[in-house]
Design a protein around this ligand. Structure first.
Ligand code: DX5
Ligand code: ZN
Length: 221
């Protein structure tokens, strides 16, 4: 089994102190820094771009940066984020004309590649690209905002993705994004996920380490 990774989403951090927020969450035990990029086009919200990613890299972030692109089109942003120092990049298949090409572009730029599946998106888009994937990012909320409720049928989808990965014989991570909390992380892991994005659950609490410790305790039960 792949080791569990906890990926705090800086969408819920205080942007006035972003470097310090990232330092704090890494000291609290984060494995990845989840970086949500929204363009007010693919999703109805606007966040941060490659410039902010580069600033964090130059500032000295010691954990991999996990860029979740909610933008359309995607290819230019893949190149910009790779140049800015991102380590993992994922995008939504609806947002690009050529999914295979966009995945290849991520790999060619030296990053790990992921495809993001929305709550109402079928898993069929995975079928012909399994050999190009390092991870599948399953949305457990509709993309665009932090602080939403986990959609329960995602658990069935995780099991289906897990089955497909096992059949493929590849080592592909399953990352879950949206509404992940201390009280549901165990059931998400039991369904087959190994990477957990959590924004509001961590950043809306005063003690990030306490939340991450509680998550790890649930995962090791
Ligand atoms: C939503 C983003 C998520 C979001 C998760 O579109 O992709 O990463 O920050 O936030 P929480 O954990 O608060 O649901
Ligand atoms: Zn995200």
């Amino acid at each position: 089994m792949l080791p569990f990774l906890i990926a705090p989403s800086i969408l819920s951090a205080n942007f006035a102190f972003l470097g310090q927020e990232v330092d704090k969450v890494i000291q609290a035990g984060a494995d990845l820094i989840h970086f949500d990029v929204m363009d007010n086009h693919y999703v109805p919200n606007l966040t941060i771009g490659p410039l902010v990613c580069k600033s964090l890299v130059d500032y000295g972030v010691s954990k991999p940066i996990d860029v979740h692109l909610m933008v359309e089109p995607v290819d230019q942003m893949i190149e910009s984020f790779a140049s800015a120092g991102a380590n993992r990049i994922s995008f939504h298949p609806e947002a690009t004309r050529h999914v295979d090409r966009s995945l290849q572009l991520i790999t060619d730029n030296g990053c790990e590649a992921g495809l993001v599946i929305n709550p109402a998106t079928s898993l069929d888009c995975l079928e012909h690209v399994m050999d190009k994937l390092d991870f599948v990012l399953l949305m457990s909320v509709n993309p665009g905002f932090g602080g939403q409720q986990f959609i329960p049928h995602t658990l069935d989808k995780i099991r289906l993705v897990k089955q497909r990965i096992q059949e493929s014989g590849k080592q592909i991570r399953i990352e879950i994004d949206g509404g992940v909390k201390v009280d549901n992380i165990r059931s998400i892991a039991e369904a087959g996920a190994d990477t957990f994005v959590a924004g509001s659950a961590i950043f809306n609490q005063p003690d990030y380490k306490h939340v991450i410790d509680q998550m790890r305790a649930e995962l090791s039960k």
